[in-house]
Design a binder for this molecule. Structure first.
Ligand code: IPM
Ligand code: MG
Length: 348
């Protein structure tokens, strides 16, 4: 009986998590779900975005399924005030989730939903492997009356282990890795490049490795997205490039992610999109990225590959059948989208 910690979070979070649990229940009655307040919701109750108790429960669980955190209610520039995002960062660090996988694969049915021309995106199937527990996100922060700083630091080990994740992933795909850095300016990037090449030479001669500067990568992602296979990069660059890559699919409402740590430790599965406070409560949120995140949980977190593939296929078929939520230019509500996917799941 796998135990899954569920973190609905804020905004549309609870509205998309509930349908995902409904979906998972149709797959198996074996899952135990244990819900905890997280993000802004936890700040309101406990004064902190991630309580020790929630973190401890996550550590003991088989997987963590998170919807989204944040909202204007908790937005502040006061460095002393608790922020919902601290919960997310605390969870990533606390569970040692250094590898963030963000697949981007626009479905043919959605080619015309993308702001990019169909010819540009046809055939795109890429995976962003983002380093998730290092770099500027976690370096020392300082603030005085007249200045502020964020330290960007990487150890050789941190780069080495994420490089392995990227090369291993590429081996199961089209065997190409683009390592993205800013080695023409940053010392952390020069070390990144060196370490990635050492790992490549030692164990991955069968993989084609290219170095791409981050500004150029941002351009190439739009100019020729289909040429990319695996993109591996540091925390902040991965944050930015994965939002950019999301638009290739037409909507950030389509993208799932998995954050993984050491083998056997619980992973965290969440959509790439945020809590969309502007549409919260309207019933219009697109639950598909949440469903696809549940699929990634089934595959990477619970070892249930066939169930994962069934969910992904059901989402594909529902879209082929014309399902379009508002973000995809349609009218379907969250409830209708959920129905469509669960119906497809039953049709197998
Ligand atoms: C993401 C988000 C987070 C990040 C925020 C909410 C802290 O943008 O998962 O990409 O920057 O990592
Ligand atoms: Mg982001």
């Amino acid at each position: 009986m796998p135990t899954i910690i569920t973190l609905p979070g804020d905004g549309i979070g609870p509205e998309i998590l509930a349908p995902a649990l409904e979906l998972l229940r149709t797959i198996s009655e074996d899952f135990t779900f244990d819900e905890h307040a997280f993000g802004g919701a936890a700040i309101d109750i406990h004064g902190t975005a991630l309580t020790d108790e929630t973190l401890a429960a996550c550590r003991k669980a088989d997987a963590v399924l998170l919807a989204a955190v944040g909202g204007p209610k908790w937005d502040t520039t006061d460095p002393e005030a608790p922020r919902p995002e601290q919960g997310l960062l605390g969870l990533r660090k606390g569970l040692g989730l250094y590898a963030n996988l963000r697949p981007v694969r626009p479905l043919p049915a959605l080619y015309d939903a993308s702001p990019l021309k169909r010819e540009r995106i046809e055939g795109t199937d890429l995976l962003v492997v983002r380093e998730l527990t290092g770099g500027i996100y976690f370096g020392a922060k300082t603030r005085t009356a007249r200045s502020a700083s964020d330290l960007c630091e990487y150890s050789v080990e941190e780069v080495d282990r994420i490089a392995h994740v990227a090369f291993d992933a590429a081996r199961l795909r089209r065997k190409k890795v683009a390592s993205v850095d800013k080695a023409n300016v940053l010392e952390t990037s020069r070390q990144w490049r060196e370490v990635v090449h050492i790992v490549h030479r030692a164990r991955y001669n069968d993989i084609e490795l290219t170095d791409v500067l981050v500004d150029n990568a941002a351009m190439q992602l739009i100019a020729r997205p289909a040429d990319f296979d695996v993109i591996v990069t540091e925390n902040l660059f991965g944050d930015i490039l994965s939002d950019e890559a999301a638009m290739i699919t037409g909507s950030i409402g389509m993208l799932p992610s998995a954050s993984l740590g050491e083998h056997g430790d619980p992973g965290l599965f969440e959509p790439v999109h945020g809590s969309a406070p502007d549409i919260a409560g309207s019933g219009a949120a697109n639950p598909l990225a949440m469903f696809l995140s549940a699929a990634m949980m089934l595959r990477h977190g619970l070892g249930r590959d066939a169930d994962a593939a069934a969910v992904e296929a059901a989402v594909d078929r529902a879209l082929d059948g014309g399902l379009r939520t508002r973000d995809l230019g349609g009218e379907a509500t969250t409830a209708q989208a959920t129905r469509a996917v669960i119906d497809e799941l039953g049709r197998e």
